[in-house]
Design a protein around this ligand. Structure first.
Ligand code: G4P
Ligand code: NA
Ligand code: NA
Length: 193
């Protein structure tokens, strides 16, 4: 998505350790007009999928999922990250391992909000190692709902997440794929799509 790539080049900051800071428009301050264009692009790419629910994960996926949901006219459910153990029964739950933060956490979604008959689109801001998306896909599968695909704003193409998600046969649409970046020069190379 040209508009997004231009914005990443203009306002993104490449940090040491292959981290891309996009706090100026995506992860801290949020440019809602850009979000609306992103939402329309997701809608265009999943137009014929009869999505009836968007599933994301707290915290930073929620904003983008909500604006995208306006294009789909569907509700958003966000998986909660929790330490709580006594949650079996009323929720679907799975474990997510964060490489970046070096910890494992549980994610949960109430059984009330996901189940058979749902056609679910996953939305997230970043795809790095893919563990968050894999966890969400697991919850969808456990619930008996149909997973129609995953929409990601920025994929770090040099990390393993995108390939892992595609290898599972999940229809993944990443609006910008960073092939490489250089924290000395600030140069960012995007994958041709
Ligand atoms: P993953 O396996 O789910 O892809 O996540 P990973 O552990 O690699 O990354 C941990 C967190 O850091 C994720 O957010 C992910 O979105 C974010 N992240 C990874 N790489 C980058 C990057 O280059 N730039 C930015 N801005 N974020 C990145 P999270 O832990 O789910 O936290 P939250 O922010 O949603 O609360
Ligand atoms: Na994040
Ligand atoms: Na996120």
């Amino acid at each position: 998505m040209k508009l997004l790539e231009d914005r990443i080049r203009r306002d993104g900051v490449v940090k040491e350790g292959n981290v891309l800071k996009v706090d100026r428009f995506l992860n801290h301050q949020m440019d809602i007009e850009l979000f609306q264009e992103i939402g329309k692009e997701f809608k265009r790419r999943f137009a014929n999928e009869n999505v009836n629910k968007i599933l994301t994960i707290e915290a930073s996926g929620i904003g983008i999922a909500c604006i995208a949901a306006e294009s789909f006219h569907v509700p958003v459910v966000f998986a909660k990250k929790t330490q709580t153990k006594n949650i079996a029964g009323e929720v679907y739950t799975t474990q997510v391992e964060s490489f970046t933060h070096g910890r494992i956490y549980d994610i949960i979604v109430s059984k009330e909000f996901l189940g058979k008959g749902d056609r679910v689109l996953l939305i997230d801001d970043f795809l790095a190692n893919g563990k968050a998306l894999e966890g969400l896909a697991q919850l969808v599968q456990d619930s008996g709902a149909e997973l129609v695909g995953a929409g990601v704003v920025i994929e770090k193409g040099f990390q393993r997440g995108g390939d892992a998600i595609r290898a599972k046969g999940i229809h993944l649409e990443s609006l910008a794929i960073v092939e490489s970046m250089n924290d000395k020069t600030g140069e960012i190379v995007f994958r041709e799509q």
